[in-house]
Design a protein around this ligand. Sequence first.
Ligand code: GLN
Length: 494
Amino acid sequence: MLHLKTLKALGEGLDQGEFSSEELTRHFLDRIERLNPQYNAFITVTAEQALAQARAADAARRDGKAGPLTGIPIAQKDIFCTTGVRTSCASKMLDNFIAPYDATVVSRLNEAGMVMLGKTNMDEFAMGSSNETSWYGPVKNPWDTTCVPGGSSGGSAAAVAGRLAPAATGTDTGGSIRQPAALCGLTGLKPTYGRISRWGMIAFASSLDQAGPMTQTAYDAALLLQAMAGFDPKDSTSMNEPVPDYLAGLDQPLAGLRIGIPGEYFSAGLNAATGAAVHAALAQLEAMGATLVAISLPHTELAVPAYYVIAPAECSANLARFDGVRYGYRCDKPQDLNDLYTRTRSEGFGAEVKRRILVGTYALSAGFYDAYYRKAQQVRRLIRNDFTEAFQSVDVIAGPASPSPAFRLGEKTADPIVMYLEDAYTIPTNLAGLPALSVPAGLVDGKPVGLQLIGPHFSESRLLNVAHQFQQATDWHQKVPAAVQSGDEQGGAA
Ligand code: GLN
């Protein structure tokens, strides 16, 4: 079954001529056509373009010009601009927006020879933890279609979990790669802030946003990161740091590794069975030679409140450009300029986006700036200092990626605060700019649980190494939803 193969296995199969990229691409396009109606993972499917890219990849391979990713399909989160293809950010505001250029992430993966299958569903403007704020409707978790896939990269997560794509891209402002990866049984990496260019990635909170891979294995995440990472003169916040060989360090043994376990990540908000699965994963790492060290990250509790001042403040500035003048939605028959702005934005944005813009505008306004925004920035520094301090004595930090497994659709939509707490363990790393990933580490009630690993700035190699070693000793990453395994999915046999 082609769709159960990792990027690594697909690359080998293509190299050995077991199948062509065109056959592979058709296989995934068929699955999308048949199964996407039940998951709603894709907003746009680019079948024609994908087949053209696949044929070009097959030709490149015949000419001896294939790299490790040439001819392999991928799904792109609909936050990345794609030339000639709708880029909606899951908002009515951009439903009619055809990007005139490719995001750097997209052009790099194109240059690597990858085949874009389409654009994945997400929370509107990446604001959410359940994919329920999308203008195109919620995404269903392939492990249990009554449950959410997580968010905001929920379409990407569901696409890979349901094997409608072998891998996908995501973005993570406060957890949007790691939390859906955890809830869908994937490996999801949020790199160091600045490691991957944000050019052409629609901005939510510019000081926190970072793109990254969502894959079946740590090995595959290393392959994708290799193609995505690197300096980009078009993004002033991208770092001019050399890109290491991410595959080179994967086999390093774990002996001597010091893993910090923050007590704050195992507090009352953590579901007991999730905590037990994470502890079992930690015991596994210990058995492989790592040392577990109890640590404290004392300001953890302040991360969610600080984030919900900083992220809305930045989003209120970033989303000011959607005014009905430049591009995107425009209200019908505006009376005057004020009416144009007011109605365009009232009609074009969904409720969660409006909530964030209101909170952010308030926090930045004269008289409240010092009380909220400045205070939040001070808290941000304390959180970053906690990590700096901890990394004096440990190499990586481990804990849960999310407080519970996938929850039911609608379960947390009534109270925004309950939804915001989904990211209690992921937000601190965005505030500190650190790399972190989630790896599958167990099943609770048949639903995946993610182990989160956090490292110092630019320690992606080490994090991928620990995740890869864990995946050599466990098989959680190989588990797929029963119907995907048996080929017995609703919509017909494979
Ligand atoms: N769930 C968080 C939010 O709603 C994080 C989203 C993200 O990482 N893009 O802001």
